[in-house]
Write a protein that binds this ligand. Structure first.
Ligand code: 5GP
Length: 113
């Protein structure tokens, strides 16, 4: 598996505030939160970005979305939250290990920046 910053978090090589883990995914607080709740949900499988996902990843991608919704609810923000996936450098992606941002706890404007 390709090593990324997030692989190191999965492997406990660097610390993170982990809020959920199972065989397929890990969720932890973002180090630079953009909202009162800012959690990243990542697959344990290394997929660099959503546009690299393949047909075989279909179940995993659905699973991550379901988990993101459940985690938002568990954190007390089940009714108002935003999920964001940045895909590629020009879209703001900085860590090339697929992750879903969960943002909640403030008014989230539209369009996003
Ligand atoms: P991206 O910009 O790729 O969509 O999101 C990457 C996110 O990872 C950013 O929101 C950034 O704050 C977060 N991040 C970067 N390095 C670390 C780290 O070492 N620990 C944690 N918890 N989050 C990180």
């Amino acid at each position: 598996m390709e090593e990324t910053l997030f692989t190191k978090i999965i492997n406990r090589e660097i610390p993170a505030d982990i809020v959920y883990e199972d065989d397929l995914c890990l969720a932890f607080k973002d180090i630079n939160p953009q909202a009162p709740l800012h959690i990243l949900v990542i697959p344990k499988k290394h997929i660099a970005k959503i546009s690299d996902a393949e047909k075989d990843d279909q179940d995993l991608l659905g699973y991550l979305l379901l988990k993101a919704g459940m985690i938002a609810k568990d954190q007390g923000y089940g009714e108002a939250f935003r999920l964001v996936i940045n895909n590629g450098e020009n879209a703001g992606q900085t860590v090339f290990h697929l992750h879903i941002h969960i943002l909640a706890g403030r008014n989230l404007t539209w369009p996003p920046g």
